[in-house]
Write a protein that binds this ligand. Sequence first.
Ligand code: S3P
Length: 184
Amino acid sequence: MTAKFHPMQSLQHQHQHLILIGMMGSGKTSVGRLLAVSHRLPFIDTDHEIEQRAGSSIPDLFAAQGEAAFREIEHKILTTILQGEERAVISTGGGVVVNGANRDLLWKSGFVVYLKADPETLLGRVSHDTNRPLLRQGDPLQTLTKLLEQRAPFYEHAHLTLQVNRLNCRQIAGRIWAHYSKRH
Ligand code: S3P
């Protein structure tokens, strides 16, 4: 496990949410839920909020309206969530960082943690899951590798990067909290 912390990135945010970013299958939702339960904080999953708001599943939303429409809804919902006054653990969809406005919002609203895993590990965790429309076509390992390559420069700007290939959720949550609680 390696942890990389950027001390120069000051936390000049208003709400100090604990925000998890990273690829599909990196464990954001499971780890986020565990952190929230353990520390009695509200838990918000952006994908879940999108599904609630749209009244359909993410694959159905992609199929009916396409990725661009999904990204618009994702941006609106993220904006609303991050304005919430109550400090929360927030798990985000893997592609949220591609939009620069989303990145600005995320980085100023809380402590951003990147759950970093290699494509093989990610594939192992999503291979039985039909809920990821981006992995439904072509070779999923190639897709994950390509998306990771494109997104890594954004993910790596997180306040904290945790290499999670060999860690379970409890270990990941413990390490995140050790860093977060020092600052909040
Ligand atoms: C996506 C990741 C998904 C979901 C959508 C698009 C992506 O969320 O937002 O399928 O672009 O990587 P998870 O990262 O929670 O799987």
